[in-house]
Design a protein. Structure first.
Length: 151
C-alpha cells in the first residue's frame, strides 16, 4: 500500500518512519538479458545459464545495477506526494549490494524516510530503499535515494 502525503510540507513529520513496501516482482532471465543488451554488460554470470549453473551461485544472477534500477519502479509504489508540480529523481547516496538476486527470485523494496530538507522550490528527501529477496534474510540492495518534490 502506498503512503500518500497531501503536501511536501507533511514529509518532515515522517522522518524516521517506515513508509511501506512495493509489490513483489520476479526477476526472470528475459529481464536480465534485456538489461545486458541495454548496458552492454554480458558477463557470463548474468547471461550464460549453462556456465552459471556451475558457477558460485548455481544459476545466473541479476546485475547489481539492474537491481538498483528497479528501485525507480518500487519508489512510487511506496510513497506518493500530492500537491506538487513534479517529483525529480535527484540521485543516490550510499549504495550497497549485500547479496545476489538469483534468476527467478522475487524482489521488493521497503522504504524509510531518512531526511527532509528545504531546497529552492520544494523539498528534498532521502529515502532508504532496502531491496529484499523473497525467502532471504539478507537484502540484495540498500540505497539512499534522493528525490525532490517541487511545489
Amino acid at each position: 500500500m502506498t503512503t500518500v502525503f497531501d503536501s511536501p510540507d507533511d514529509l518532515a513529520a515522517a522522518v524516521g518512519n517506515h513508509l511501506g513496501h512495493s509489490e513483489w516482482v520476479e526477476v526472470d532471465q528475459t529481464r536480465i538479458n534485456q538489461f545486458a543488451e541495454a548496458t552492454g554488460d554480458h558477463q557470463w554470470i548474468h547471461v550464460d545459464s549453462e556456465r552459471a549453473a556451475t558457477g558460485p551461485f548455481g544459476a545466473t544472477i541479476a546485475h547489481g545495477y539492474l537491481t538498483l534500477s528497479m528501485t525507480n519502479q518500487f519508489l512510487p509504489e511506496i510513497v506518493r506526494v500530492e500537491g506538487i508540480s513534479m517529483g525529480i529523481n535527484y540521485g543516490t547516496e550510499k549504495v550497497r549490494f549485500p547479496s545476489p538476486v538469483l534468476v527467478g527470485s522475487r524482489i521488493r523494496a521497503g522504504g524509510e524516510l531518512v531526511s527532509v530538507d528545504e531546497v529552492a522550490g520544494g523539498i528534498q528527501t532521502v529515502i532508504r530503499l532496502t531491496v529484499e529477496v523473497e525467502g532471504s534474510d539478507r537484502p540484495a540492495c540498500v540505497v539512499d535515494s534522493v528525490s525532490r518534490f517541487l511545489r
